[in-house]
Design a protein around this ligand. Structure first.
Ligand SMILES: [Zn+2]
Length: 295
């Protein structure tokens, strides 16, 4: 088979859903995976869309006058968490019986499906609790800068002392926390469930929760975007068994984000100057489970 045909087939397979019958395909290393093109250390060659000439995207949906029937692109400001979910008409609160605390919000369609999934889980004796949902740019900035400055200890130490080099310090934080402006939690489609520790999901109740989610979440549109690192997902965050993404909305939001983002837009927080050098968009935003799709 000519190389081009192999690549086309691989792209099609890479777009396949998480349905069980396709896991054998998805276990193959994907030569056409977008993340395979990431080039650490060459951040100035960040692959971005055609919209980067627009330095100031409008605050509202950017193509309100687009073709009838075409989904409207969501503005980069909103995709970077510049909104207030308490007053935003597209957002709603997580139901109290699912939320670990007050003030958790997500996009309405995603929260509706999450609620149905939690109801189904409960009938199977599995309890789902939302620990984190939408986070604004300023929420993420606080999390990031607390680690950057040493206010929050990382692996028992203060990062300015244990990892003084800025790029290496950013990569250490990126093992689990996103740079402000690059988090899927800005989108209102992604939720952290039950525990932020992998150990919880390894045995007992946590194991049962994880097995239930792996078997059933796809039915409700959810996928584990931060799957184990390996041939399928060589770049990005470490595995997060707790982070589930509502793909019917999130896959379009990722496309809108990648079309509009440019390196200079990732700014406004301590350490943001490292974003280009460590190629954060290609390695982390694109570094998601290729088996997740919008089906
Ligand atoms: Zn998360």
């Amino acid at each position: 088979m000519p190389d081009r045909a192999i690549i086309v087939v691989t792209i099609i397979l890479g777009l396949a859903s998480c349905s069980p019958g396709e896991t054998s395909f998805n276990s193959e290393p994907s030569t056409a995976s977008p993340t395979s093109e990431a080039r650490p250390g060459e951040g100035t060659q960040l692959s971005i869309g055609t919209n980067d000439r627009n330095e100031e995207p409008p605050l509202a949906a950017s193509n309100a006058e687009g073709e009838p029937g075409e989904p409207q692109a969501i503005s980069l400001d909103r995709l970077m968490g510049s909104l207030d979910p308490r007053t935003d008409g597209e957002f709603t609160a997580i139901p109290a019986n699912l939320a670990s605390r007050q003030g958790l919000y997500g996009r309405k369609e995603a929260v509706d499906s999450l609620t149905r999934m939690a109801d189904a889980a409960r009938k199977d004796g599995v309890s789902l609790t939302v620990l984190s949902a939408f986070r604004s740019f300023s929420d993420q900035k606080r999390i990031w800068e607390d680690k950057w400055t040493g206010s929050t200890r990382v692996e028992g130490g203060r990062l300015p002392e244990t990892v003084p080099d800025p790029a290496r310090r950013a990569l250490k934080i990126l093992e689990y926390s996103s740079m402000p402006g690059t988090s899927r939690h800005h989108w209102g489609t992604d939720f952290d469930l039950n525990s932020l520790e992998s150990e919880y999901f390894a045995s007992g109740d946590g194991r049962r929760v994880y097995e239930w989610l792996t078997a059933n979440a796809e039915t409700f549109g959810f996928c584990q975007v931060y799957s184990p690192k390996g041939a399928d997902r060589p770049e990005g965050y470490n595995e997060e068994e707790w982070h589930w993404s509502y793909m019917p909305l999130a896959s379009q939001m990722l496309a809108d984000y990648l079309t509009q983002i440019s390196p200079e837009r990732i700014s406004g927080f301590k350490g943001s100057e490292t974003a280009g050098a460590i190629d954060v968009v290609n390695r982390y935003v694109r570094g998601v489970n290729p088996a997740c799709s919008d089906t």
